[in-house]
Design a protein around this ligand. Structure first.
Ligand code: GLN
Length: 304
């Protein structure tokens, strides 16, 4: 497969689109990003790299990091975690509170904010210093030994994080948060603040394209079955109430963030990251989704 040619073609087509969506302004730091940024980077199973545009520019990965915290919790505790949250698409926006009332504080899945908050709570209970140990876990996956949380982004989100603060307290009222909401929220804002470029994101998520093992050194991160399940969750829940649309148009497991990044994997073939900060109405990268649609259309390869 000539991925180089296909990526180039998909990039050129997408780049010309006039509408690029809107920046996420509810986190003030994200509103300051240059909306014209657009980068993509693919890493194949045999170690080939294809990068275009602003693929070396760091961006706030936001909810993409929820896959990594889930991976660590799943690795540490196994199937027990599913007592605290579901594996069903929510059909709601990422920050919706509606279904928490219906399901008595059990989030529908780990990728809506409520689910990610419960995962943070699980990690805080399980680890001596969850923020530090999670950071080390991401350093190991990404190979970036000096990676740190971005305080300016975390502080910016915290200062305006009224919905997440309400949500965490609401879940606690049902007994599904064990630690103090303030501690859980601080960790959540930290993990959302991580900044990586497209190449680093594609590398970090290589284990999901490679049956649970890192691509570069083959080191196992999670079991093959766990990797299958995480990919299933990304396919069904990775884009909130647009997950069906992403499966329909792109056909790959993926995860978006309000920083405008998307990671997607084609198991046994490649891991790819795309970034363009303008979002569509569902909070997913507007041209990032279009690019991936072009890519799987031209390559005629998807999981289906
Ligand atoms: N930090 C963001 C929030 O909690 C993450 C949301 C996202 O990326 N979809 O609102």
């Amino acid at each position: 497969m000539d991925y180089k040619k296909i990526i180039y073609k998909s990039f050129r087509v997408t780049e010309q689109l006039k509408d690029r969506g809107q920046l996420a302004t509810y986190i003030p730091e994200l509103a300051r990003v240059d909306p014209s940024m657009f980068g993509v980077h693919m890493i194949t199973m045999d170690g080939k790299h294809y990068g275009l545009g602003d693929h070396q520019q760091k961006f706030s990965i936001q909810s993409i990091a929820k896959v990594l915290s889930l991976t660590l919790a799943y690795h540490l505790l196994g199937e027990k975690i599913w007592k605290r949250l579901g594996v069903e698409p929510s059909g709601t926006k990422f920050d919706s509170l509606i279904l928490l009332e219906t399901f008595e504080g059990i989030p529908r899945n780990p990728f809506v904010n409520s689910g990610a908050l419960v995962i943070c709570d699980i990690l805080i209970s399980e680890l001596d210093d969850a923020p530090a140990e999670f950071l080390n876990f991401v350093r190991e996956l990404s190979g970036l030994s000096t990676l740190s949380y971005s305080d300016h982004i975390a502080d910016s989100e915290k200062a305006t994080g009224y919905r997440n603060i309400a949500m965490c307290n609401f879940i606690k009222s049902f007994g599904n948060i064990d630690n103090e909401p303030e501690e859980v929220l601080d960790f959540y804002f930290d993990l959302c603040s991580l900044e990586l470029n497209c190449e680093q994101v594609a590398k970090t998520f290589g284990y999901l394209a490679n049956g649970g093992c890192k691509i570069n050194d083959g080191k196992r991160v999670i079991t093959k079955s766990q990797a299958k399940r995480l990919n299933a969750l990304m396919l069904t829940c990775g884009f909130y109430d647009e997950s069906g649309e992403f499966a329909f148009k792109v056909g790959l497991p993926g995860k978006s963030g309000v920083g405008g990044g998307i990671v997607a994997v084609y198991p046994n073939n490649y891991s790819i990251a795309v970034w363009s900060p303008g979002l569509n109405k569902k909070g997913n990268s507007y041209i990032g989704m279009k690019f991936l649609e072009e890519l799987t259309t031209h390559s005629e390869l998807s999981i289906f």
